[in-house]
Design a binder for this molecule. Structure first.
Ligand code: UFG
Length: 333
């Protein structure tokens, strides 16, 4: 059985859906602080899913998951992930993302489970010294979110040396899109990410573009938008890699292509078929001008290749936004 922490959240639920559809048995462990029970209920329609509500900060909660299930590998998503919040409240980030993960790793050691795929982030690199960013790029995070994830990466190296716990750390760039059948998707309260914020904007809620004076071709920030279903596929490949005896390793997950905020905005207007009210605002603190992945290593070692482009992500995100509105209103299940 595969244990997914944070499986009621955005990326975790897409991996859960992909695994269920391929007939795998999974256990989702989620506190539901940020994840949603509605997502669990939707996932249950697609296969053999067991759900445990628990918090990684309570060792007994996570030990309980290993006690009653025959778990052979773990995919660990559960974390706080808001950069700005992490700068204001690092305590919250270290306590949850580091201490919570320690409990998970200690339970794995206790129960003899030695394979984990971990959600890491491009934020572990900090301000880029060069782009595209490969895995050899120095890791110098500039916020507590990135530092908390980098700390976990280091702990995982020590746990491999001491206990033989094998890990694959996947460093995501900007995750985008939703399930192509619009069953599940991105659902953050509040939403801070670019694409959902453009799609949600209307006459009552102007979209705020943070900075158009960066040193980039059109003055807005450039990011590498990786589709969430492609990302789920990378996790499946990483699990296969570990099952086949792969060593502890880390990979960037991005498309290798950058798109500016303006390009994303224009593409969203095209998909929506309407104008989106726009306000140019000052730069947001801590936003680097350009983040693009060099994804060669994942291509070579995991045999993973993104299949979907930015437009696919925006179309699926828009279909999901429509469904989410109905879901929140209790119109659909
Ligand atoms: N942006 C806007 N308006 C918005 C939201 C975003 O202009 O309402 C801009 C941002 O300023 C940025 C770009 O759109 O230039 C992308 O912003 P996101 O918030 O969507 O994503 P980030 O690049 O800030 O963050 C992502 C992940 C983080 C991760 C980080 C790695 O969400 O978890 O990449 O650097 F830490």
């Amino acid at each position: 059985m595969i244990l997914i922490t944070g499986g009621a959240g955005y990326i975790g639920s897409h991996l859960a859906m992909a695994l269920l559809e391929s007939g795998k048995e999974i256990v989702i462990f989620d506190s539901l602080e940020l994840g949603h029970i509605e997502i669990i209920n939707i996932l249950k329609k697609s296969g053999n899913l067991k759900f445990i509500q628990g918090n990684l900060k309570n060792l007994d909660d996570i030990r309980g998951a290993f006690l009653v299930n025959k778990i052979d590998s773990v995919v660990h998503f559960a974390a706080y992930s808001q950069v700005a919040e992490s700068v204001k409240n690092p305590q919250k980030y270290y306590y949850n993302n580091v201490y919570g993960t320690l409990n998970l790793l200690n339970a794995m050691v206790e129960f003899g489970v030695n394979k984990i795929v971990f959600s890491s982030t491009a934020a572990t690199y900090g301000e880029p010294e060069y782009v595209p960013i490969d895995e050899k790029h120095p890791q110098k995070p500039i916020n507590a979110y990135g530092s908390s994830k980098l700390t976990v990466e280091k702990i995982m190296d020590d746990y491999d040396r001491a206990y033989g716990l094998k890990s694959v750390r996947l460093r995501y760039f900007n995750v985008a899109g939703a399930d192509s059948k619009a069953r599940i998707g991105e659902w953050h309260e509040p939403e801070t990410h670019l694409i959902p914020n453009i799609l949600k904007a209307d006459e009552t809620k102007t979209f705020k573009m943070f900075g158009d004076d960066y040193d980039t071709p059109d003055g807005t920030c450039v990011r590498d938008y990786i589709n969430v279903e492609d990302l789920a596929d990378a996790h499946i490949k990483a699990l296969e890699y570990l099952t086949n005896g792969g060593k502890t390793d880390y990979f960037n997950l991005g498309t290798g292509n950058g798109n500016s905020v303006k390009e994303v905005f224009d593409a969203c207007e095209k998909v929506l078929g309407r104008k989106v009210p726009l306000e140019i605002c000052p730069r947001r603190d801590g936003d680097p001008a350009k983040l693009v992945a060099d994804n060669t290593k994942a291509l070579e070692i995991l045999n993973w290749k993104p299949q979907r482009n930015l437009m696919d992500s925006i179309v699926s995100a828009n279909d999901w936004e429509k469904r989410l509105t109905k879901l929140k209103a209790g119109i659909v299940l």
